[in-house]
Ligand binder design. Structure first.
Ligand code: ATP
Ligand code: MG
Length: 223
C-alpha cells in the first residue's frame, strides 16, 4: 500500500537552539494506519507533528506526506497542502479567538475547495454534526471561541480538524483537557470519522491507557 508518511534522516533545530530538537532516522506509516506516539515531555512529539503538518520545513532529511515531498515544497505550497489534506488538532488548539465557534470549524472549508466539497452539500450542517457528536452545546456555536472553556475549545479544534475528511489527521494530545466521558466520545468519533474515509491518524498522548486502541505504538526519544 502507498505510504501516508515516509521519513528518512530527519533533523530539525529550533532557531536559537544550539542542538537539534528532533532527529529521526526513519518512519514509515502506511495509509489508513492509526499510530499512537508516546514520549517524554520535550522529546519532540509536537515538533514532529508540526514538520509532518508542513508548519515548518526540516533542516535536512526526506519527508514525504501522501506521496508529496514536503521538504522540497515552497512555504506557500506547504500551507496549501496542509489545508487540503491535513486535519491538525494543535496542542494549544490555535483557534482564531474572535471568530465564532462555527466559523472556526468552517475555516478549512473556507480555504480549501477540496475540504468544502468533501464536507457535503452543507458545510454548516456538517460543522454542527461534528460539534454535536463532541457534545458541544449548540447554543455556543455563535460565541467567539475565546469565550469557551479550555475543554470546549479542544473539542472545537477537533471538529475543525475533522471537517471535510482530510486524508491525514494529526492529533497532538487531543484529549488532554477533556473529562473521562468526553474523552470516550471524542475517541469514538475520531475512529469513526477516520474509518469512514480511510484516513491516516497520528495521535500523540501521555495516556498509555489509550495505546491499545491503535494499530501501532511508537516511543519518541529525544536526540
Ligand atoms: N517554538 C520553539 N522555539 C524554540 N524551541 C522550541 C520551540 N518549541 C519547542 N521547542 C523545544 O523543542 C524541544 C521539543 O519540544 P516539543 O514541543 O516538540 O516536545 P513534546 O514532546 O511535544 O513535549 P510535550 O509532551 O511537553 O508537549 C523542547 O526542548 C522544546 O524546548
Ligand atoms: Mg507537545
Amino acid at each position: 500500500m502507498e505510504a501516508a508518511i515516509r521519513i528518512r534522516d530527519l533533523r530539525f533545530t529550533w532557531p536559537g537552539s544550539p542542538a537539534p530538537c528532533l532527529t529521526l532516522a526513519s518512519l514509515d506509516v502506511p495509509r489508513g494506519e492509526r499510530l499512537f506516539i508516546q514520549g517524554d515531555s520535550g522529546a519532540g512529539k509536537s515538533t514532529l507533528l508540526n514538520l509532518i503538518g508542513g508548519v515548518m520545513p526540516p533542516d535536512t532529511g526526506q519527508l514525504e506526506v501522501l506521496g508529496q515531498p514536503l521538504d522540497r515544497l515552497h512555504p506557500h505550497a506547504r500551507d496549501r497542502f496542509r489545508v487540503d489534506h491535513t486535519g491538525f488538532i494543535f496542542q494549544q488548539f490555535n483557534l482564531i479567538p474572535y471568530l465564532s465557534v462555527l466559523d472556526n470549524v468552517l475555516l478549512p472549508c473556507r480555504f480549501s475547495t477540496r475540504r468544502r466539497t468533501r464536507a457535503g452539500a452543507s458545510p454548516v450542517a456538517e460543522a454542527r454534526r461534528l460539534l454535536a457528536a463532541l457534545d458541544l452545546d449548540p447554543a455556543l456555536a455563535r460565541r467567539p471561541a475565546a469565550n469557551l472553556s479550555v475543554g470546549q475549545q479542544q473539542r472545537v479544534s477537533a471538529a475543525r480538524a475533522l471537517i471535510g475528511q482530510p486524508a491525514l489527521v494529526l492529533a497532538d494530545e487531543p484529549t488532554s483537557a477533556l473529562d473521562a466521558r468526553r474523552q470516550q466520545d471524542f475517541i469514538a468519533l475520531l475512529m469513526q470519522e477516520i474509518a469512514a474515509c480511510g484516513a491516516t491518524l497520528l495521535f500523540v498522548s501521555h495516556d498509555p491507557r489509550l495505546a491499545p486502541l491503535f494499530d501501532r505504538n511508537i516511543h519518541l526519544l529525544p536526540p
